[in-house]
Design a binder for this molecule. Structure first.
Ligand SMILES: [Zn+2]
Ligand SMILES: [Zn+2]
Length: 344
């Protein structure tokens, strides 16, 4: 079968991969939709994301919906023909973090399509990916598989909103990419009293206004407008842009004792550390998600209009064109790969 394999920066190939017979707890899928994630884009563009460097060829992809083609002997709860969305997270279940119920920071985490460890954990942009049965969340028979493929980024957004404890709070989301947009939606869903979204691209702000009931701000003057008193300070910032300027802006526009949740990978930079001290800010990372995945599936299925977050789909087998499109943040929000055979 064919797979999307990253070999190095801008060296993405469709390689032929051998298929093996299933272990008793495995499920063979036909890929319907695969969302290109920020991490996939970084692997494509730079051959790395954060500290994770592609050292051996690796199949990309971890945001997917699929149709079940075959199940292993001991699989129950998942049947041939089911439409499923995949939880890409495989914590070890044994380490100190897992034993405390903090599986998202498992010391031995395997996450589909991640070069964090060696051997890398292969991703799922295969024509027929194989996963463990417990990674499958069965969808209603009439579920929109394109919409449901937003569940993984939505789970990340929801985790950030949960750590931000946003209910009743004035929230600023910095960055109107996929995670920022979904974080704004999740913050509203979790009861934030007001959600503002900032970005430097007007097109991105227009897009987020269509998808969520938010106010939008030009990232370049939000600090000035808050410091001058024109806008009130924010209780919570969900930083989803990964831009150090946005992080520093967040420190300036947060109310004392406010909360900054960092949800995008941040480029190394000089940060305004003294604001953290003098305002007693709470700074916290939000990494992947904890037990929010099934709730995220429910949430996206309940919001059919969110499917407009998918700005383009490319047929399985298209490589550079699809990935270059995903890198064009002005034009695109979420770009997906679609396999005709299974994604009808
Ligand atoms: Zn993702
Ligand atoms: Zn663990």
């Amino acid at each position: 079968m064919k797979s999307y394999v990253i070999h190095g920066p801008r060296d993405l190939r469709i390689d032929e991969k051998e298929e093996h017979s299933l272990a008793e707890d495995e499920v063979r899928l036909g890929l319907a939709y695969g969302g290109i994630c920020g991490s996939d884009m970084h692997y494509y563009q730079d051959g790395k994301v954060g500290h994770s460097i592609v050292k051996d060829p690796m199949v990309l992809g971890h945001e997917l919906t699929a149709v079940v083609l075959e199940v292993g002997q001991s699989v129950n709860g998942v049947s041939v023909g089911d439409r499923v969305v995949i939880n890409p997270s495989l914590p070890c279940g044994k380490c100190a973090m897992c034993r405390q119920g903090e599986e998202n920071v498992c010391f031995n985490m395997k996450y589909l399509g991640s070069a964090a460890k060696r051997p890398h954990t292969q991703g799922a942009f295969d024509e027929r990916p194989v996963v463990k049965d417990h990674q499958c969340v069965v969808l209603p028979a009439n579920a929109d598989l394109k919409l449901a493929a937003l569940a993984e980024p939505y789970a990340i957004a929801l985790h950030a909103a949960n750590l931000g404890d946003v209910a009743g709070k004035r929230v600023l989301v910095t960055g109107a990419g996929t995670i920022g947009t979904l974080a704004a939606v999740a913050a509203l869903e979790q009861g934030a009293s007001e959600v503002h979204v900032s970005d430097i691209h007007q097109a991105a702000l227009e897009r987020v206004r269509k998808l969520a009931d938010v106010r939008t701000l030009d990232a370049r003057d939000v600090e000035e407008r808050v410091v001058s008193g024109e806008l009130a300070f924010f209780d919570v910032v969900l930083e989803a842009s990964g831009a150090p300027q946005a992080f520093n802006t967040a420190l300036k526009v947060l109310i004392p004792k406010g909360r900054l949740i960092q949800v995008g990978f941040l480029a190394p930079a000089e940060l305004d550390m003294n604001s953290i001290l003098t305002k007693e800010l709470i700074i916290r990372g939000a990494y992947r998600f904890l037990n929010e995945f099934e709730k995220a599936v429910e949430s996206v299925l309940a919001k059919p209009a969110l499917v407009d977050a998918v700005s383009a789909t490319y047929e399985f087998g298209v490589t550079d064109e699809a990935f270059e499109a995903s890198l064009n943040k002005q034009q695109h929000l979420k770009v997906m790969i679609h396999h005709e055979a299974y994604g009808a």
